[in-house]
Design a protein around this ligand. Structure first.
Ligand SMILES: Nc1nc2c(ncn2[C@@H]2O[C@H](COP(=O)(O)OP(=O)(O)OP(=O)(O)O)[C@@H](O)[C@H]2O)c(=O)[nH]1
Ligand SMILES: [Mg+2]
Length: 182
């Protein structure tokens, strides 16, 4: 990560294409007006932005999630994931058909991170994203059991490591009043 100064903490957003990473990056920067969200386009390669939050400075790496990019990140892992302080991995809970692909990519990242880094220096935040307030009305097929099952599968992967992690249910429509799930 040559583009980051080491005074700033490096926060990296990863997940499948269309999962909501760029929208989350806007929210973290405080750009929360609705048109901003609606206008997101698939990220080409990656976006790097800096934000100041309280007395810390963060550099946010927002990795484009399309398949070709994902392959490139895994192949040249250290170029993207070295020096990272926090990983935010984003699952799109509304993209039922791709839970397996999302878990697969998550597992690859977690295993490589564990191999290459001091586990105690990295915090992993897992967002169960697009958990919109009206989810049960608009997508009744996404039941609590399905979400619990996804959570269990996530835990199976990360519990094999010593990473400190937290799982949150998030939505851009809740302005990131994150709910920690158990
Ligand atoms: N319903 C819903 N839609 C969301 C939410 N967050 C993002 N979106 C929408 O999901 C779509 C994709 O969002 P992006 O932020 O561009 O996704 P991305 O993960 O950056 O995608 P790539 O750049 O291709 O990797 C956009 O239409 C967003 O408006 C959310 O919490 N709920
Ligand atoms: Mg994006």
């Amino acid at each position: 990560m040559t583009e980051s100064s080491k005074i700033a903490k490096v926060l990296l957003l990863a997940g499948l294409d269309n999962s909501g990473k760029t929208s989350i990056a806007y929210s973290l920067r405080g750009t929360r007006n609705l048109p901003t969200f609606c206008k997101t386009k698939p990220t080409v390669r990656r976006n790097i932005v800096s934000i100041k939050a309280y007395d810390s400075e963060y550099v946010i790496w927002d990795l484009g999630g399309q398949e070709a990019y994902r392959d490139e990140y895994i192949e040249n892992f250290d170029n993207y994931f070295k020096g990272l302080d926090k990983l935010i991995y984003v699952f799109d809970v509304q993209d039922l058909r791709r839970y397996d692909s999302a878990l697969d990519y998550f597992e690859k990242i977690i295993n490589l991170l564990k191999e290459r880094n001091d586990v105690s220096e990295i915090e992993v935040l897992i967002f169960l994203h697009k958990f919109d307030p009206d989810l049960s009305t608009i997508r009744p097929e996404i039941t609590d059991e399905i979400i619990d099952d996804l959570k269990e599968n996530i835990k199976k992967i990360i519990d094999k490591t010593d990473f400190f992690y937290q799982i949150f249910k998030t939505s851009i429509y809740c302005l990131f009043d994150k709910t920690v799930t158990d």
